[in-house]
Design a protein around this ligand. Structure first.
Ligand code: SF4
Length: 627
């Protein structure tokens, strides 16, 4: 039977279950990545498994989110990550080397292999024909130890690309067009798989931009074929021997297909709110901006920044705004220095910041109140830039550079055409460290606090609805990113004090006073990042269950991993302050919640697999794995 790319890779990696859509399978993971924001917890969880060393083929611990070390706690975390990686046999990518996803496809990724990362944009590796999946830290910890990763086999959405991008439109606009058509929920339960003649017109970094941003559709992963262009890219990375061809079989069957004619695309902009709030450039052109930021794992490649540099060459950015460029990797950084672009951009008035996540996660360059920051990053929801009163709009490097000159959103097609082609790449792995082994002493700062033990599920859950939130609450809404919390990722008791901080700053105090309780949500609860802290922090505060209409994939898994039951319910009948009681002694039976405040008995459901039920009964994945 002809197979899609994802079916082929899954078939080669399934160790439990069968390749049938909608059924749970356990797959072998070849590569794992962690980053400094989620990595400290993932490595503490790995330690609690009691293994001598990592077992996955390639494990890389990256330091990128707080690489500037804006607090002493962050610097302590970096040293912890460096020494624990060395101790347990993983590579470590030091501060300033760049963003994990870009670095992984540049320096480590292998077509046809599986990658599990404690970061939601791990599907970026799909640009190389590698199956990258984002997951919570504990899932990654188990995979680092050689354990299986469990997922429900998704359906496949085929994206057929035809034509070629015209001047001014970019790879980013292909992903925007997909988001505009299917929305931030349209990829839920799907792999996105790209093919068609238009694929051949896209470089690996352009493909990686698309697989990165398609994470925002809610898809489990996105992937391109590994073809001659992939081989050439790996040859430039001096890793040609890692290349294998990965193509779908002729006649492979897809569940849905959409077609995009690249020749008809134009520059697009996602205005504040959600990545699918996409507009044609003509509809937002002239909108005044306060900042421009070019970089991140979405648009931090040498090709991306070079094209912006060519647009800015010999000109000055608007004196009314602040413009920052942060290349995504050391490779891009050095090449921009070597070809003179660094100097050109500096002369144009750009501030150059070392490779890392930086402003994308709100570490520096935080937008002012009611200011509009135009960025080449992938997320633009409230608070993402580190200030809930600042606004973020998303665009390509071409639009960002044209807008930097104008001081307002501008159409790059009105500027002379610029083309960039890359025929060689600079290799410098100075900041990638090989492990020394168990002789490395693990250095722990005072901010690194071990997790409390997970305890078995009781027969009955009772308590108050501590908070009711609306549709689409993101992981940033549950636990804010940025300077508020970024330095507290290794200290659950402290970071938990910021749970739902932007929704209700008294939440944590109320949850502590009431000895925990319940959360009521709406549609797509927990969309966004893989941040397991958005599940761990409520768990730390004693949250026992969430009632929502439905859940984003990674957050649902993270809730189960910490023993919080993700129930689905008619949440219109539950209100903040209601006293609830649920008998959970038999989770296979018909279930209901007693609303003691209104006297109503409300039917509730769950879609937990047999394995997930066992995890919930044990108190979470760590308790389940070590029992
Ligand atoms: Fe870093 Fe932003 Fe990419 Fe996340 S989305 S890995 S914060 S650059």
């Amino acid at each position: 039977m002809p197979q899609t790319i994802t079916e082929k890779i899954l078939a080669q990696h399934i160790r439990e279950g069968e390749l049938t859509k909608g059924t749970p399978v356990g797959i072998q993971i070849d590569h794992c990545l962690t980053q400094d924001s989620t990595g400290t917890m993932a490595w503490l969880e790995f330690e609690s498994l009691g293994l001598d060393r990592v077992k996955a083929e390639t494990v890389v611990s990256y330091s990128d989110h707080t690489s500037l070390g804006f607090k002493g706690e962050s610097t302590d975390d970096h040293i912890f990550l460096q020494t624990i990686a060395s101790h347990y046999g993983a590579k470590f990518s030091k501060n300033g080397n760049g963003v994990c996803h870009q670095l992984h496809y540049e320096r480590f990724g292998v077509p046809g292999k599986t990658l599990l990362g404690s970061d939601s944009h791990t599907p970026t590796a799909g640009g190389l024909g590698m199956l990258g999946i984002g997951a919570g830290g504990v899932d990654v910890a188990v995979a680092m130890g050689g354990g299986l990763f469990y997922l429900t086999v998704p359906q496949t959405l085929r994206v057929v690309l035809t034509g070629e991008l015209p001047w001014g439109a970019a790879a980013k606009d292909i992903a925007f067009e997909i988001l505009r058509r299917i929305s931030v929920k349209g990829g839920v339960g799907y792999f996105l798989e790209f093919d068609g003649p238009g694929v051949k017109a896209l470089t690996v970094p352009e493909r990686a931009t698309i697989t990165n941003l398609c994470t925002e559709t809610g898809a489990t992963s996105s992937i391109f074929p590994s073809d001659e262009i992939t081989r050439q890219f790996l040859a430039m990375e001096q890793r040609e021997s890692d290349w294998v061809e990965v193509q779908a079989d002729p006649g492979a069957v897809y569940d849905k297909t959409i077609e995009i004619n690249l020749s008809e695309l134009k520059p697009l902009v996602a205005m504040p709110g959600m990545p699918d709030n996409v507009f044609d450039i003509e509809d937002v052109e002239g909108t005044k901006i306060d900042q421009v930021y070019i970089g991140s794992c979405t648009n931090g490649s040498y090709q991306d920044v070079k094209i912006a540099a060519e647009i800015l060459k010999g000109k000055k950015v608007s004196s009314e705004i602040d413009v920052v460029v942060s290349p995504g990797s050391r490779q891009a950084w050095e090449m921009l220095m070597e070809d003179g672009s660094f100097l050109e951009m500096t002369k144009a008035g750009v501030r150059m910041i070392e490779p890392g996540c930086n402003a994308c996660i709100g570490i520096g360059f935080v937008p002012g109140n009611e200011h509009l920051s135009l960025r080449t990053v992938n997320r633009n929801w409230k608070g993402r830039g580190g200030n809930k009163f600042g606004k973020l709009a998303l665009c390509s490097p071409q639009v960002a550079a044209a807008s930097a000159l104008a001081g307002a959103i501008a159409d790059p097609r009105k500027l002379p055409e610029v083309n960039v082609s890359v025929s060689s790449l600079t290799i410098d792995d100075t900041l990638i460290l090989d492990p020394a082994g168990p002789s490395t002493e693990i250095r722990r700062g005072p901010n690194i606090v071990a997790l409390r033990p997970q305890t078995p599920l009781p027969q009955k859950l009772a308590g108050e609805v501590l908070l009711k939130v609306g549709d689409g609450i993101s992981t940033d809404g549950i636990l804010p990113a940025g300077p508020l919390t970024q330095h507290l990722r290794s200290n659950l008791p402290e970071i938990a004090k910021f749970t739902f901080f932007y929704e209700d700053k008294d939440f944590a105090a109320r949850a502590t006073e009431k000895n925990g309780g319940f959360i009521v949500g709406g549609d797509n609860y927990g969309q966004g990042s893989s941040r397991e802290h958005a599940a761990l922090a409520p768990w730390q505060l004693g949250v026992k269950a969430v009632f929502a209409k439905n859940y984003a994939r990674i957050h649902r898994a993270n809730l189960i991993n910490v023993g919080i039951i993700p129930f689905t319910a008619d949440t219109d009948r539950l209100n903040q302050g209601d006293e609830l009681e649920v008998d959970v002694s038999d989770l296979n039976a018909s279930l209901s919640v007693l609303n003691r405040t209104t006297g109503e008995q409300i039917e509730i459901c769950h879609d937990l697999s047999a394995r997930e039920l066992d995890m919930i009964r044990a108190g979470g994945l760590l308790a389940y794995t070590t029992q």
